[in-house]
Design a binder for this molecule. Structure first.
Ligand code: SF4
Length: 291
């Protein structure tokens, strides 16, 4: 007999078993919510004054992602179509944070400049609201200098790019839409618009090893030295493979993990050899500098 969801969940927790295989790994059947009908978050529920790091408080203006990067689970978790909240509800969140004394937040959307029409509408509403609050957002490289300037006028202080790879082949393997040559002009435009910029890469991602790591280091030095050491940040991480991502399926197909692997225990996609040694050394030096 099928017993209620709550009891089933408690049962799994008590027996320390996975919900994999139960409803495709989901607690409840998934269907995309109409975001306009959901209640707005009540930020008074938490003590926002204790969140002091710059991007510690988030506002979500849309959910889901249509871009399907091979390591990402957003499409699985929130749907492979971007669903937007009504712009006035987003502005309500912004003004509520302001009234609570928050001076900076982050738009935690998958890609803030997509879809373009909604992006422009939201920028216009932020401009009109004329809020005295700063924000940051994740964007992709398909953005114009004029749009970046509008972001700045609307309160943006920082943008993050996530190309993750640095060669055309590496980008293709990660399912990215951009070309390697698109990155530098986008970073430069963002800096010229007066924004701080973060750029995120992986090390040892598919089709990229030792040489690509050196190119990433070179890119980091180049942008930091020419576009502002304290305003241009480069992060190089490692891919953690999550269940339900295309990369997880690929690893299973290639028998690089067991067929039964749930990815609940961390699995990282990395290559062994000189690229990995150099990467570890780089991370060690970085940690020493920041400790
Ligand atoms: S990595 Fe970003 S752009 Fe790619 S699918 Fe995930 S959320 Fe979308």
């Amino acid at each position: 007999m099928e017993y209620p969801v709550r009891e089933r969940l408690i049962d799994h927790l008590e027996r320390d078993t996975m919900v994999e295989g139960w409803n495709g790994g989901r607690i409840l059947p998934w269907k995309p919510a109409d975001l306009g009908k959901l209640s707005s978050p009540d930020y008074r529920f938490i003590d926002v004054s204790s969140y002091t790091l710059p991007d510690a408080i988030g506002i979500q203006s849309r959910r889901g992602c249509a871009f399907g990067c091979t390591y990402c689970t957003y499409g699985y978790l929130s749907g492979a179509r971007i669903r937007e909240r009504p712009v006035d509800q987003v502005i309500r969140d912004v003004t509520e944070l302001m009234s609570l004394g928050v001076s900076r937040f982050q738009f935690v959307d998958s890609v803030f400049n997509a879809p373009e029409k909604y992006f422009e509408e939201l920028l216009e509403a932020l401009e009109q609201a004329d809020c005295e609050i700063s924000w940051s957002a994740w964007i992709d490289e398909n953005i114009t200098r004029k749009q970046l300037e509008r972001m700045k006028i609307a309160g943006a202080v920082k943008v993050d790019f996530s190309p993750d790879a640095i060669t055309d082949k590496g980008l293709k393997m990660l399912g990215k839409r951009m070309k390697a040559a698109d990155l530098l002009p986008a970073v430069r435009s963002a800096r010229e618009a007066g924004l701080q910029v973060g750029i995120n890469f992986f090390n040892g991602n598919p089709s990229e090893g030792f040489w690509a790591f050196l190119v990433k280091i070179w890119f980091m030095l180049r942008v930091r030295l020419t576009l502002g050491w304290k305003s241009t940040f480069v992060n190089i991480g490692t891919i953690r493979v999550y269940a339900h991502s295309p990369l997880a399926e690929y690893l299973k197909r290639k028998a690089r993990v067991d067929e039964e692997c749930t990815f609940f225990e961390p699995v990282f996609y990395k290559k062994h050899g000189p690229g990995d040694w150099l990467y570890r050394l780089f991370q060690r030096i970085r940690r020493m500098r920041h400790d």
